[in-house]
Design a protein around this ligand. Structure first.
Ligand SMILES: NC(=O)C1=CN([C@@H]2O[C@H](COP(=O)(O)OP(=O)(O)OC[C@H]3O[C@@H](n4cnc5c(N)ncnc54)[C@H](O)[C@@H]3O)[C@@H](O)[C@H]2O)C=CC1
Ligand SMILES: O=C(O)/C=C/C=C(\O)C(=O)O
Length: 481
């Protein structure tokens, strides 16, 4: 049984209250490690260490800070196989996906922000011959980063990298459901020579450590990715504390397939958009609208490709569809499939739990599921399922497609598949979402603003937006005479 520890003041530490949670491997259903359920006592130690070191971390030259972060990125690459295996075991995702996407992106995040900070600049505003204003951007100080279980190291580093690059000291909390790669990162940071206290990693659940972290008076900014209801809770408990909040929340993303799309390429990518990571990405396209003239043809080709996805042990090289992250999550997903049927949906493929043989016989596997025949307003099409379940629906006009796409409380991402450039521009402008992909999905340029509108969140991550979030601005106005 592996024992995970917190990372505080540069050291691996047991939690003050010695309370632990079980950590389960979703592909087998077995407990394989224990993680600290940290408390306010651990947080105090972390805040003290962070406060102490932050001025000297911020005082390093940008080049030096970037150099240290680059060493962390290099060390992630050196350990990429170990990290990918750990991610596959901890989360249930296929090893191949963890290696190519999650771990690749983790080091890319750190490398990107290490370079970005050396290019970061602020504005000046001249007032004719009278005066000049310039804006200083200082680190916020001690900041909090909270990440979810679906892309564990990918999203953990997506938050801590800009925070650290901007000169803050960080208290970070990975999901208690997938703590392992953040724990391995603590060891990597020690190996790479990150100064003690600059990054502190506290493990545990929301009530035990999440709430103390978000409400700690010395933590002045919180970057959170997770469910919309947790985001709402964080907004509520921090109200009146005047913290900076960046909330990247859920999605119920539309995929709009027009009759003039590149058919084969679109079918493959729409499958990828719906089912990557077992549909557990906030950007997954789970509502698929297809222009009526190609509806039947698309439906057949889509189902064929979905049925060809290989469900299996995440550690096997050829597995394309692994386990869902936990038993409660699997039960939630299966309950939505039941609900869809009650709401009149017809299951075209999938719909059931998969029982594998051997090592994974008790794992949390669910077939990739496609449903048709539902109204846009039903719960299945309105609520975030966050699993391998999508619905398909026909549409007749561009206007109808846009209305259907915009008809939820969410507004994170969307994708449009067409060869008509004018339509692509027009529809992209009309869609209520923070991100619109045209003829692609999850094609990421880390410089671009990332985040959602409506109930999908507040604020933007990525590029300069993230560096601005993790800094405080001060305007200096100088009169010439
Ligand atoms: N990126 C996304 O859009 C994600 C969406 N979800 C959605 O949320 C649903 C619930 O999943 P959960 O794992 O329960 O997500 P969650 O929102 O509870 O978890 C995300 C992170 O927030 C932390 N957290 C939980 N309660 C907290 C609190 N009171 N204060 C501070 N931090 C807290 C968790 O420990 C975890 O690190 C999923 O079924 C899915 O629909 C979940 C994870 C990621
Ligand atoms: O930044 C990205 O490329 C992807 C982010 C995905 C999420 O935030 C998510 O699934 O929660």
């Amino acid at each position: 049984m592996q024992l995970i520890k917190n990372y505080i003041a540069g050291e691996l530490k047991e939690p003050a209250k010695k309370k632990y949670l079980d950590n389960v491997e979703p592909a087998t259903g077995q407990v394989y490690s224990q993680i600290p359920n940290s408390t306010a006592e651990d947080l105090e130690l972390a805040v003290e260490a962070a406060e102490k070191v932050q001025p000297s971390w911020a005082g390093l030259s940008l080049e030096k800070r970037a150099e240290i972060l680059m060493k962390v990125a290099d060390a992630i690459d050196d350990h990429s196989n170990e990290l990918a295996k750990a991610e596959a075991i901890d989360n249930g995702k296929p090893f191949s996906l963890a290696k190519a996407v999650d771990i690749y992106r983790a080091s890319a995040n750190i490398r990107f922000f290490a370079q970005a900070i050396t290019q970061f600049s602020s504005e000046s505003h001249a007032m004719g011959d009278e005066a000049i204003n310039y804006t200083l951007r200082d680190p916020v100080g001690v900041v909090g980063c909270i990440s979810p279980w679906n892309l564990p190291l990918y999203l953990f580093t997506w938050k801590i990298a800009p925070a650290l690059a901007a000169g803050n000291a960080v208290i970070a909390k990975p999901s208690e459901v997938t703590p392992m790669t953040a724990f391995l990162l603590s060891k990597i940071c020690i190996e790479a020579g990150l100064p003690a206290g600059v990054l502190n990693i506290l493990h545990g659940d929301g009530p035990s450590i999440g709430d103390p972290l978000t409400t700690h008076p010395k933590i002045k900014a919180i970057s959170f990715t997770g469910g919309t209801s947790t985001g709402a809770h964080i907004s509520k408990v921090t109200a009146g504390m005047f913290k900076k909040l960046s909330l990247e929340l859920g999605g119920k993303n539309p995929t709009l397939v027009f009759a003039d799309c590149d058919f084969e390429d679109t079918v493959s990518n729409v499958v990828r958009a719906a089912f990557s990571n077992q549909g557990q990405i906030c950007l997954c396209g789970s509502r698929i609208y297809i222009e009526r003239p190609i509806y039947e043809k698309f439906k057949q080709a889509f189902i064929q490709k979905v049925q060809a996805l290989k469900v299996g042990d995440p550690l096997q090289e050829d597995t394309q569809h692994g386990a869902l992250v936990s038993k409660p999550h699997m039960e939630k997903v299966l309950s939505y499939i039941e609900l869809a049927q009650e709401e009149g949906g017809n299951i075209l493929t999938g719909g059931k739990q998969v029982t594998l043989e051997g090592r994974c016989e008790k794992g949390y596997f669910v077939e990739p599921t496609v449903i048709e025949g539902l109204d846009n307003d039903c719960r299945t099409n309105q609520e975030e399922i966050f699993g391998p379940v999508c619905t398909i629906m026909p549409f007749d006009t561009d206007e109808e497609a846009v209305t259907l796409a915009n008809g939820t409380q969410y507004g994170l991402a969307s994708s449009i598949w067409t060869n008509d450039l004018k339509r692509a521009h027009r529809v992209a402008k009309q869609i209520e979402a923070g991100i619109v992909w045209v003829n692609c999905w999850l094609l990421r340029d880390l410089r671009t603003p990332f985040g959602g509108v409506k109930n999908s969140g507040v604020g933007r991550e990525g590029g300069l937006e993230a560096l601005r979030f993790f800094t405080e601005t001060k305007n200096v106005c100088i009169k010439y005479s």
